[in-house]
Design a protein around this ligand. Structure first.
Ligand code: BG6
Length: 461
């Protein structure tokens, strides 16, 4: 086979509790920021569709796990909902949630599918947000208690844990660019949120390692390689700053246990450093992960600013760079994101050369398609574009592995079309399509391709 992957390669897909479980305010679950925001401003959500409208994994878990099995998954990622497990954020555990997650983990194992479990996928419980969310150090401690509860309850069967999915996204969305609650635009507060998130991460990693459970713990980062418009020093500097702010501010603490000095110096120069406590340094050093999840969708193209910044304007990342629309770049015509398959290889090469070749896997990669509900005469979606997208990325991944990268698997985003925050069902990513009204699931052509690829542990051209 031309693209054969290593033995025991992880083939699977990723999803999350808030995007699939449904039953948002039932069975003891309390509201998250998403329930709250939808209640306040439903028009911010595509077609006014809110977080209750999902594939209802809470009820359909058995049927969906059977589908995962049919699609030859050996691994599957989802998350635990903090607001479901500990409705007040701290304190009493909801026994209905314990029963639910126990059933899910047991069934996954019964089907030969290893659960990869993430603790936080953008879904801050409202009870915690009311205390200030990640801006408040008490919430950091509450998160660590929640993580420990999960390890105690499920650690016998879950051996692959993740502290956060894409921690930069709530920072960007909630505190810089207004696409997540609480819709703040303030760099200093964003920096505090980012910093406290990594402290919370480190507390969870430290606690897990102290348990000696025989499993591993990691973090899932959306790495966006930053490519400069040219090799002109101003463009290169601009791209480096974007890389520092959006990638290395999470990657370096996760893999090296400390922040890049260049980032600290930059924030200090502009008086944007978050408040640090003397014990933080040792805590961050304890946050080095066993396994890095890499979400890759698209790169960042960067150029230096054409005009000088007005020094009276609020401090923002865009003080240092601008997005660059590279002529001729390949675009996903159905989502408006660039497709650059080699990016996945560049990420692996960077990790190999500059971060001591950590254990990693591709935790998300996939193709969003607007208005995808086009079925052929046999009732199937012929998504050859998605097969091309995935196989083209896998080819570059294969090259990275053959050059020595320590990449152990590939998870597609996602299994079933799911609710995606403010975009709701605008961009569908599943290799199983979902009819929201009837809850019917139909395997797309890409699902069949994935089933075969996983079974053969690779593919030919
Ligand atoms: C990923 C997130 O980055 O992007 C998912 O982890 C999200 O939660 C996915 O659903 C797709 O986003 P969108 O905006 O294209 O629907």
């Amino acid at each position: 086979m031309k693209y054969a992957f290593p033995d025991n390669f992880w083939w699977g897909s990723a999803s999350s509790a808030p995007q699939t479980e449904g039953e948002t305010l039932a069975f003891g679950k309390s509201a998250t920021i998403w329930d709250k925001w939808f209640e306040e401003q439903p028009t911010r959500f595509h077609h006014g569709v809110g977080p209750a409208n999902t594939s209802t994994f809470y009820q359909n878990w058995k049927r969906d796990i059977a589908l995962l099995k049919e699609l030859n998954h050996n691994t599957f990622r989802t998350s635990i909902s903090w607001a479901r497990l500990i409705p007040e954020g701290r304190g009493e555990v909801n026994q209905e949630a314990v029963k639910f997650y126990n059933q899910v983990f047991d069934e996954l194992h019964a089907q030969g599918i290893t659960p990869f479990i993430n603790l936080f996928h953008f879904d801050m419980p409202m009870a915690m947000q009311e205390l200030g969310g990640w801006e408040n150090r008490d919430v950091v401690t509450a998160y660590a208690e929640y993580a420990q509860t999960c390890f105690e309850l499920f650690g016998d069967r879950v051996k692959h844990w993740f502290t956060f999915n894409e921690p930069v996204v709530p920072v960007e969305g909630g505190y810089l660019y207004d696409f997540h609650y609480p819709n703040v635009v303030d760099f200093r507060r964003a920096a505090t949120v980012a910093y406290h998130t990594m402290l919370a991460h480190s507390l969870a990693v430290k606690a897990y390692h102290e348990r000696n459970d025989g499993g591993e713990i990691g973090i899932i980062l959306n790495l966006t390689p930053s490519y400069p418009r040219s090799q002109n020093p101003a463009d290169v500097k601009a791209a480096n700053i974007a890389d520092l702010m959006f990638n290395r501010s999470f990657l370096d603490p996760a893999l090296r246990g400390e922040y890049p000095q260049e980032l600290v110096a930059l924030l200090k120069e502009h008086d944007q450093l978050p408040v640090c406590q003397p014990e933080d340094k040792a805590l961050l050093a304890a946050g080095v992960v066993d396994l890095l999840g890499i979400n890759y969708y698209q790169p960042r193209r960067i150029k230096c600013r054409d005009s000088l910044v007005n020094p009276d304007s609020p401090f923002m990342p865009e003080w240092f760079f601008e997005a660059y629309e590279m002529p001729g770049r390949k675009m996903n015509p159905y989502r408006g994101w660039e497709i650059y398959e080699k990016g996945i290889y560049d990420i692996l090469t960077n990790l190999r050369e500059n971060y001591n070749n950590p254990c990693c896997y591709i935790s998300e990669n996939g193709m969003g398609v607007e208005n995808e509900q086009r079925f052929d005469e046999n009732g199937q979606i012929q998504d050859d574009y998605r097969i091309d997208f995935v196989s083209d990325h896998l080819k570059w991944l294969h090259k990275g592995i053959s050059e020595g990268s320590n990449c152990l698997g590939y998870h597609m985003w996602t299994f079933i079309d799911n609710w995606s925050w403010c975009n709701a069902y605008k961009n569908r990513y599943g290799f199983v399509s979902l009819d929201l009204a009837t809850q019917q699931r139909t395997i797309k052509k890409s699902g069949e391709w994935f089933r075969e690829t996983a079974a053969k542990n690779g593919f030919d051209d």
